[in-house]
Design a protein around this ligand. Structure first.
Ligand code: NA7
Length: 449
């Protein structure tokens, strides 16, 4: 291989695209970048498909996006400092946009703020099958398949960035009697349209973001009733009439769900909102991150650089549970790009120092008491990434928005999306909007105008 750096980005979702964006900004002549993307478009999860299970190529459907998804966090907490929502839409818009509005915003930045056409770096419909690293030659071999031609090929790279996401491999627990349940049972990864549950009594299993939103969506789109079932602790929101919480399932008997507190409920459908398992099947064992969902998964210096096999040329993006999401990916993409191109001041040379630093964060994460502590960790993580890169210093300030947002949710889970927030970058206060629960039009035009 020549002395040029050759960087492989796996995945053109919001993470992979911010890495690409920053490489394009820096335009380092000795760094070549290639991005392999399994689908035919960018921004990953933020695309909607009707398909579930496998796609048109027989590949596993990656994303679990559903129709009518509106952001569950304030847009002011995931804004790009160099391209605000004001910059894109030219005016104040409300704080909790539908999927299309967010996708359009991200695309706007990629198109309008890039130095060149970012699509030229991307190999579409190309799935990475395997990545190996050879210590002797200090080179990664990436085996990929062009899904359209069926041709498999190998390319050599000096660096690899894994940006394939963490919400694609559903965690599917089983329950006594579930095999004989006569209704429909799906995981939230396959949930596409709440309208399909109109008139039904629905059991939602889980007590986190998907459970909360799927339950509300089903109610909004006309489900008769929703029972949610928690394992560790209830969500404890002030639920509207039609939604109630129960503890874990003990046994399913026909349509009757029996819970461990002795109560029962008859339901027509079950939606498992039981989260995801981290899955990076295309990496060889010693390169593969194994973790449960966390705001600071272990094994990554600066939450990004793979430490476990010592080569320090493999990076993971977006493996953190997310509050700041796009902003965090952006700060991370910039850090990775600057690290690879050798333009970061003061980075430790010694891997032991890096491991010590990583352990500080992992220990801090172990001691969190609640979501507010996780939010603080993520704000500090962004600050930590930004210190060497000069990323916008106001980015971590959105932390206060997230604390307020958590309180808004506890105050009223139906109306929290109607609250306006102020951008930490533009200072613009969000516009008001028709209440989310009554708004069935998630077109860009309706939302923005
Ligand atoms: P999460 O946040 O990982 O939550 C998964 C939920 O599923 C959580 O409440 C778990 O309970 C519950 N769970 C997992 N296994 C079981 C079993 N066996 N029985 C009952 N309940 C179970 O995933 P989400 O899909 O909600 O959210 C993913 C991301 O989407 C989120 O971070 C946002 O960024 C958007 P536990 O609390 O572990 O007992």
């Amino acid at each position: 291989m020549s002395s040029k750096r050759k960087v492989c980005i796996i995945g053109a979702g919001p993470c992979g695209m911010t890495a690409l964006f920053h490489f394009d900004q820096i335009s380092d002549p000795s760094t070549e970048v290639v991005c392999f993307e399994k689908s035919d478009t960018w921004l990953g999860l933020w695309n909607f498909t009707w398909m579930t299970g496998t796609d048109e190529f027989g590949e596993l459907c990656h994303g679990g996006m559903y129709k009518h998804l509106w952001s569950n966090g304030p847009k002011e907490g995931l804004e790009y400092p160099d391209y605000t929502f004001d910059d894109h839409y030219g005016k104040a818009i409300p704080s909790f946009p539908p999927r299309r509005v967010l996708r359009d915003y991200m695309e706007g930045r990629l198109v309008k703020k890039s130095k060149s056409d970012l699509k030229r770096y991307i190999k579409w419909n190309t799935v990475v099958r395997y990545v190996t690293y050879n210590q002797k030659s200090d080179v990664f071999t990436v085996t990929a398949e062009d899904l359209k031609t069926g041709r498999t090929f190998e390319n050599k790279f000096t660096h690899v960035i894994v940006a394939t996401g963490i919400f694609n491999n559903p965690n599917k627990p089983t329950f006594d009697g579930i095999e004989t349940f006569p209704g429909r049972t799906i995981h939230s990864h396959d949930f596409r349209d709440a309208a399909q549950f109109k008139g039904q009594r629905v059991l939602v299993v889980g007590a986190s973001y998907s459970a909360e939103d799927v339950a509300l969506q089903c109610l909004k789109f006309g489900a008769k009733s929703i029972v949610t079932s928690y394992r560790s602790k209830p969500m404890n929101f002030k639920w509207p009439s039609g939604i109630e919480e129960r503890p874990l399932i003990k046994k399913i008997d026909g349509k009757m769900i029996n819970f461990i507190d002795g109560s029962s409920a008859e339901v027509d459908s079950i939606i498992l909102c039981t989260g995801y398992k981290y899955s990076f099947p295309c990496l060889e064992d010693n390169l593969r991150l194994v973790s449960t969902l966390s705001v600071y998964p272990a094994g990554l210096y600066k939450g990004s650089l793979w430490l476990n096999d010592g080569n320090r040329k493999l990076f993971y993006m977006g493996t953190q549970d997310q509050y700041f999401s796009f902003t965090m990916f952006d700060a991370q993409g910039l850090w990775i790009c600057r690290y690879i191109t050798g333009t970061l001041p003061n980075e430790p040379k010694n891997i032991e120092e890096m491991k010590k630093e990583e352990q500080k964060w992992v220990q801090r994460r172990k001691n969190v008491k609640d979501c507010h502590d996780d939010i603080d960790i993520q704000a500090d993580f962004i600050k930590d990434l930004s210190d060497g890169t000069g990323y916008h210093p106001d980015a971590p300030n959105a932390v206060e928005l997230f604390h307020k947002w958590e309180h808004d949710k506890m105050a009223n889970i139906v109306t929290y999306r109607d609250q306006p927030f102020k951008s930490v970058f533009s200072g613009t206060m969000a516009a008001q909007h028709k209440p989310w629960f009554q708004d069935f039009d998630d077109s860009i035009d309706s939302f923005v105008n």
